[in-house]
Ligand binder design. Structure first.
Ligand code: C2E
Ligand code: MG
Ligand code: MG
Length: 546
């Protein structure tokens, strides 16, 4: 009997030890790793109850005479402890297995099986993250697209198996050539992309040179020494695009140029005219976009800041190409100007906008239509007749048309004010000097121009609350404009504080993202409706100004 009591005590103590040490340890270690926290707390509570029961039973055993039935209970309790610990252990192992295979599935979904580099999905995620950070910090980032120069030959001569091995050798070389924070991804075939967060064009050029240098080494594949070069195209946020697709598309154009010129790498840059091929690509596409009516117009309200009434809608052209993505007017207008397509483009803009304006008039919507013309347009001798013809064709009141010309274009001939400007005045069309403050016009020249409004360039307005000198410039332009009897329009109003400051400075008109972004016709109609702009007369002050 004594032995049975001893064995019982040993069993019960070992069982108690197993359950308390093993389960308490598991609960502490795994809590928060799998499943919700409250489930672990419940489990901990139940096990504490179990241990308490165990202790109570142990103390009752010590106090009373032991029976056979007690031994059975002790044995059952011991087996129960082992069972609980074993079940817990097995469950944890299987949960970990499930978790591991889950992670593997996730890894496969986001990585390329051949090279183990991130795939397009992960690249897009990394790009969105990098763009968001660059936007927040007002910084930049670069995107590289690259492919191997002789990959097709390797595939054709040595077979796909060797081609795959070559790609597996190239991947680590690319990874080693970039910085820790950069993402190298394989997009498919021999095409790779790299996101360079927080990098400017110079950083990207340095990294591109490093990649080209590293790729000059021969790769040993199936006892063959293979020399494959690489062609890299570079684009930059925000200059070449503000979303991932546009940046990749621009980098693709640059890569095409790098390949064509055999130059190793090329930076997308049509505006500075460094690579004529990029321009030719854009130009060809622009020509067909104009001919095939693929451009669209957006309209941005210009309001009277004091009354909130609508003064005008500015017409802004938009171009989306399936391959190049969204191309900004700042990029394609200079190309159109240099190639002679601007005439056709401006004609299309004028006619489409005037036709739309007359539709608004049918609904008794009354405001000024403000259209941008380029430097080339105002030198074009036929422009006056074109405008007169369109006004009479659509029976548009000339006083409801405003033409915006950027300050630097007005200055083309420093002695003589431009012909078109005086002719338009005679016709009754009003004129605004766009982007005022960027063109260094002598004030004496401004006096000679018979314009009706001055638009303060957005670069001064956007930061005027943080940058004292911008505030001073804006204030001075408003004073100059008033002294020259011109209406003033501030561009780039992005916050309510900025709008209030402009009102304080007595700036009468304004436009900007805070008021309304440039929108396509259907959305601008909604804006007009939501803002109660229906059956309203033209802003009286606007008539006075024009
Ligand atoms: P712009 O005439 O000075 O037009 C104002 C520009 O500022 C537009 O850029 C507009 O989207 C942008 N903007 C408006 N509000 C804000 C704001 O609150 N913040 C900021 N940061 N920007 C704002 P967009 O549409 O890219 O046009 C750029 C320039 O391209 C225009 O400057 C204009 O000079 C030219 N452009 C646009 N469409 C045409 C066109 O059909 N013909 C000609 N010749 N030039 C055009
Ligand atoms: Mg404008
Ligand atoms: Mg402007």
């Amino acid at each position: 009997m004594l032995e049975i009591a001893l064995i019982s005590l040993i069993l019960i103590s070992v069982g108690l030890l197993i359950i308390s040490l093993r389960s308490v340890w598991s609960i502490c270690r795994e809590q928060g790793t799998f499943g919700p926290d409250y489930a672990w707390k419940c489990l901990g509570f139940l096990i504490a109850l179990f241990i308490l029961g165990y202790l109570v039973y142990l103390s009752s055993l010590l106090e009373s005479e032991m029976q056979v039935i007690d031994f059975v209970v002790v044995f059952t309790l011991f087996a129960g402890s082992c069972f609980v610990v074993a079940v817990m252990r097995l469950s944890l192992i299987s949960i970990k297995e499930v978790k591991k295979s889950d992670l593997q599935v996730q890894h496969h979904a986001l990585h390329d099986a051949l090279t183990n580099l991130p795939n397009r999905v992960l690249l897009n995620e990394a790009m969105s993250r990098a763009i968001a950070i660059a936007k927040r910090k007002n910084g930049s980032l670069a995107v590289m697209l690259m492919d191997l120069n002789n990959f097709k030959e390797v595939n054709d001569t040595l077979g796909h198996f060797s081609g795959d091995k070559l790609l597996q050798c190239v991947a680590p070389v690319l990874k080693k050539s970039v910085r820790e924070i950069d993402t190298v991804a394989r997009l498919g075939g021999d095409e790779f992309a790299v996101i360079l967060p927080d990098a400017n064009i110079d950083d990207a050029k340095t990294i591109a040179s490093r990649i080209i240098c590293a790729m000059e080494q021969p790769f040993l594949v199936d006892q063959h020494e293979l020399n494959v070069g690489i062609s890299i195209g570079i684009s930059q946020y925000p200059d070449d695009g503000v979303d991932g697709d546009s940046l990749l598309q621009k980098a693709d154009v640059a890569m095409y140029i790098a390949k064509h010129n055999d130059s190793g790498f090329s930076v997308y840059d049509i505006s500075r005219g460094e690579n004529s091929l990029a321009k030719r690509v854009v130009l060809e596409k622009l020509r067909s976009a104009i001919a095939e009516n693929k451009l669209t117009l957006h309209y941005q309200p210009i309001i009277n800041l004091h009354t909130g009434g609508l003064y005008a809608l500015e017409v802004l052209t938009r171009w989306h190409d399936d391959e190049l993505g969204d191309i900004r007017p700042d990029e394609f207008i200079p190309v159109a100007e240099q190639s002679g397509s601007i005439k056709q483009l401006s004609l299309w803009v004028l006619e489409t906008a005037i036709r739309q304006f007359m539709k608004w008039k049918e609904f008794n919507l009354n405001f000024i239509l403000s259209i941008n013309l380029s430097a080339k347009d105002i030198q074009d001798e036929g422009m006056f007749n074109t405008l007169r013809h369109l006004l009479s064709k659509y029976e548009m009141n000339p006083s409801q048309l405003n033409i915006e010309i950027i300050e630097s274009s007005m200055m083309l001939d420093s002695k003589q004010p431009n012909h078109l400007i005086s002719e338009l005045n005679q016709l009754g069309v009003s004129l605004s000097i766009d982007d005022f403050g960027t063109g260094f016009s002598p004030l004496s020249y401004l006096k000679k121009l018979s314009t009706q409004a001055i638009k303060i360039d957005k670069s001064f307005v956007v930061d005027m609350l943080d940058d004292h000198s911008d505030d001073v410039i804006v204030r001075s332009i408003i004073n100059i404009a008033h002294n020259l009897n011109q209406a003033v329009v501030a561009e780039g109003i992005e916050t309510s504080e900025c709008l209030e400051r402009l009102k304080e400075l007595n700036c009468r008109y304004g436009q900007g993202y805070f008021i309304c972004r440039p929108l396509p016709v259907n959305q601008i109609n909604t804006w007009l409706e939501e803002n109660g702009i229906k059956d309203m007369a033209i802003d009286e002050e606007a008539i006075v100004a024009s």
